[in-house]
Design a protein around this ligand. Structure first.
Ligand SMILES: Cc1cc2nc3c(=O)[nH]c(=O)nc-3n(C[C@H](O)[C@H](O)[C@H](O)COP(=O)(O)OP(=O)(O)OC[C@H]3O[C@@H](n4cnc5c(N)ncnc54)[C@H](O)[C@@H]3O)c2cc1C
Length: 392
């Protein structure tokens, strides 16, 4: 075993941290003000020029051909370098939930048509599966895609679609066979501006405010059959491909953000004095910080182990689910601890409370913590279909 990254990865990490600290500075008043699409797009183009928004896409389609481990290194550096975790989340959702399914399922023509501009930072993508009646039960969605000759007509609504307010392209899941379960869904690439497609107002979220989220409506939206992603009935596989990447590489952002908050918490505990000594000298405070370190380091090991498996084509379902679960639960607890160490100052606007608000949604998107546990239990052979053993 080797716990070191190679020199190229270390160099990439340093470059991304420096870039993010210099160019991806979040707006100080972001928690109080409306989302600014112009500024978002400006920073997106800079991130694109830096190779951040298409890193895992193969070189021939405009990306950098990074594997899952190196992609995680880059995302961790991004999360460390910018305080705007929402912006970093948007970049990762674009890359892992939209571009990678196009890489895996797209035809040669689709890859050449869509990927270069999505990798360069010129265009932005969103992936919509969630609907008001289909959240954790994602495959049970209502949006219909009905074939009419060489076209499909989409009818229905998506909610919680990351990047929707700024997206140029949507990867959308719709039912081609209602009640068809896993094989009833089909994915489509739909261009923004297609008649019948409309986007709702930006959500006022508790955290990740630098990432715009909205509903997407399809009202008789006609999509040419050549924009189908994968075969008819393979939508759930397309979705699984996006989750496979997202549950590992996207969550590396939180590792970087946790490291940043941990470092500033240690600094604060060393400087803030009460009862004549730094609060970090009190065991209750120092042990809290040790627990923060333990959670971060153990979640990080799980994430890189899952990334290592992904880079080798592993089909293991447990490692990505454990990584997602560990990172998101660690992030929320670390956020609570960082706020507590700051006392009253933790209650006013600042990096700890911002991080806590940014951490909360991580237990919900990409499958909630409860759904990850269900998936792990099923992979362990503890699914509902298994009859309980009789006690002897
Ligand atoms: C910031 C953010 C960004 C998002 N981005 C996207 C996006 O880009 N595209 C997209 O399609 N979706 C996106 N989502 C939606 C996200 O995937 C869903 O919110 C998530 O899957 C949960 O669905 P739900 O909100 O409907 O909750 P529900 O499914 O209604 O769950 C409510 C509660 O019940 C629990 N629960 C439900 N079923 C079970 C069960 N079987 N066993 C145990 N507990 C259960 C859940 O764990 C949860 O605690 C995003 C969400 C957020 C918060």
């Amino acid at each position: 075993m080797n716990f070191e990254f190679d020199a190229d990865s270390e160099e990439m990490r340093a470059m991304v941290v420096a870039f993010a600290q210099r160019e991806l500075v979040g707006r100080k008043d972001a928690a109080r003000t409306a989302f600014d699409p112009g500024d978002f797009r400006r920073r997106w183009r800079l991130a694109g020029a830096q190779g951040l928004v298409g890193g895992a896409v193969p070189l021939e389609y405009g990306g950098s051909g990074l594997d899952a481990v190196t992609s995680s290194v880059v995302m961790e550096a991004l999360g460390y370098g910018t305080e705007d975790t929402g912006f970093a989340f948007s970049v990762a959702a674009h890359l892992f939930a939209s571009l990678m399914p196009i890489v895996e399922f797209g035809t040669e023509e689709q890859k050449r048509e869509w990927l270069p501009a999505l990798c360069s930072g010129e265009r932005i993508a969103a992936h919509g599966i969630t609907e008001p009646e289909a959240g954790s039960d994602a495959l049970n969605l209502r949006t219909r895609a009905e074939r009419k000759g060489d076209e499909y007509v989409l009818q229905g609504s998506k909610c919680f679609t990351t990047n929707a307010p700024v997206a140029d392209a949507f990867v959308v899941q719709a039912a081609t066979e209602p009640n068809g379960g896993f094989f009833g869904l089909t994915a489509f690439i739909v261009e923004a501006g297609t008649p019948g497609l409309s986007v709702g107002p930006v959500y006022d979220k508790v955290g990740l405010r630098g990432s715009p989220t909205a509903d997407v409506h399809f009202d008789g939206c006609v999509v040419p059959a050549r924009q189908m992603l994968g075969a008819e009935g393979s939508g759930a596989s397309v979705f699984s491909a996006s989750m496979k990447w997202e549950r590992v590489c996207l969550f590396a952002i939180y590792l970087g953000a946790m490291r940043r908050i941990l470092e500033s918490t240690i600094e604060y505990a060393g400087e803030r004095a009460q009862f004549g000594s730094p609060i970090g000298g009190f065991q209750a405070v120092s042990h809290r910080i040790v627990d923060m370190t333990l959670r971060l380091e153990s979640a990080r090991l799980l994430l890189y182990k899952a990334a290592w498996g992904l880079a080798r084509g592993s089909q293991d379902e447990i490692a990505p689910a454990l990584a997602k679960l560990a990172v998101s639960e660690a992030a929320v607890q670390l956020g609570l601890d960082a706020v507590q160490v700051r006392g009253g100052l933790g209650m006013v606007e600042g990096e700890a409370e911002t991080f806590l608000r940014d951490a909360l949604p991580s237990r919900v998107f990409s499958g909630t913590s409860e759904i990850q546990k269900n998936n792990i239990a099923r992979a362990l052979g503890l699914g509902n279909s298994r009859r309980p053993r009789r006690r002897r």
